[in-house]
Design a protein around this ligand. Structure first.
Ligand SMILES: C[S@@+](CC[C@H](N)C(=O)[O-])C[C@H]1O[C@@H](n2cnc3c(N)ncnc32)[C@H](O)[C@@H]1O
Length: 244
């Protein structure tokens, strides 16, 4: 537990401070983020203990570790072995989120943090999350939308001037190629079209669409077309799997 109320200014400030230290203290940053996300899952779905949790695109496994710490049977599915790092948690599997090596409906909770903007076909990715979630199970999906101040990732906020220009600037400033290239491993995902597509699906219902980190008006901000693309920062979708 973080002990921080969600939403609240204290929580948002704590997360923001942790993000500022992501490079020099990644452990503290990601452990706070993982506890915060686990708190959010429990707020919508009750205690994680005894649940089967599938973390898709989980990177080095901070979330999976936290779910396990809380007594869940948590498994990490990550296609990129470099992202897994040197000490992947127990229950790590190298697998693509488009084609998970899992039977239908095995997960009580399917979790995907900041992956949707890294896949070329978000709707197929969501279909696979829904497929492996049991009817009534919870699906946690968050992503940084393109017009968010962080939409350009390591080249933000210069993505507002265009991806190519922002990437070139990053190279000039750091002397290194940026990790992300638009259209290859980062995609311009927008909130409005994503919400319309998710609401039109018959395999899930939307429990909430809210800003993941924002301290107030977390659901209200997502209701305002245009503004939401700039002000949400990171969209959190809590979905529930419908019976087949
Ligand atoms: C920004 S990282 C997020 C890592 C972690 N979930 C987090 O929130 O810190 C994006 C992750 O998505 C993964 N990813 C990209 N394409 C994927 C796919 N098709 N299926 C599953 N994961 C994918 C990447 O390998 C990377 O680990």
């Amino acid at each position: 537990m973080t002990g921080l109320k969600d939403p609240s200014i204290r929580r948002s400030l704590a997360l923001f401070r942790a993000f500022l230290h992501e490079q020099d203290d990644p452990e503290a940053c990601y452990s706070l983020l993982a506890r915060d996300a686990a708190d959010q899952v429990e707020a919508y779905d009750g205690p994680l203990a005894g649940r089967t949790v599938v973390d898709v695109g989980g990177g080095s496994g901070h979330f999976t570790e936290e779910f396990r710490r809380r007594g869940a049977e948590a498994y990490l599915f990550e296609p990129d072995v470099r992202e897994l790092g040197e000490k992947p948690p127990d229950g790590s599997v190298i697998a693509d989120g488009y084609l998970l090596p899992l039977y239908d409906g095995v997960a009580d909770v399917t979790f995907s943090s900041n992956v949707l903007e890294h896949v070329a076909d978000p709707q197929t990715f969501l279909s696979e999350l829904a497929r492996v979630t049991r009817p009534g199970g919870l699906i946690y999906v968050s992503f940084t939308n393109w017009l968010s101040p962080w939409g350009g990732h390591e080249w933000a906020p210069w993505h507002y001037l265009g991806a190519e220009r922002a990437r070139a600037r990053h190279r000039r400033r750091t002397g290194k190629d940026a990790k992300h290239t638009l259209g290859e491993n980062l995609f311009a995902v927008h909130i409005g079209p994503t919400l319309r597509q998710v609401r039109a699906r018959d395999d899930v219902t939307v429990v909430t669409a809210r800003s993941r980190y924002w301290p107030f008006l977390t659901e209200a901000v997502v209701k305002v077309p245009g503004i939401r693309e700039l002000a949400t920062w990171n969209l959190l979708l809590i979905l529930r799997r419908c019976p087949p």
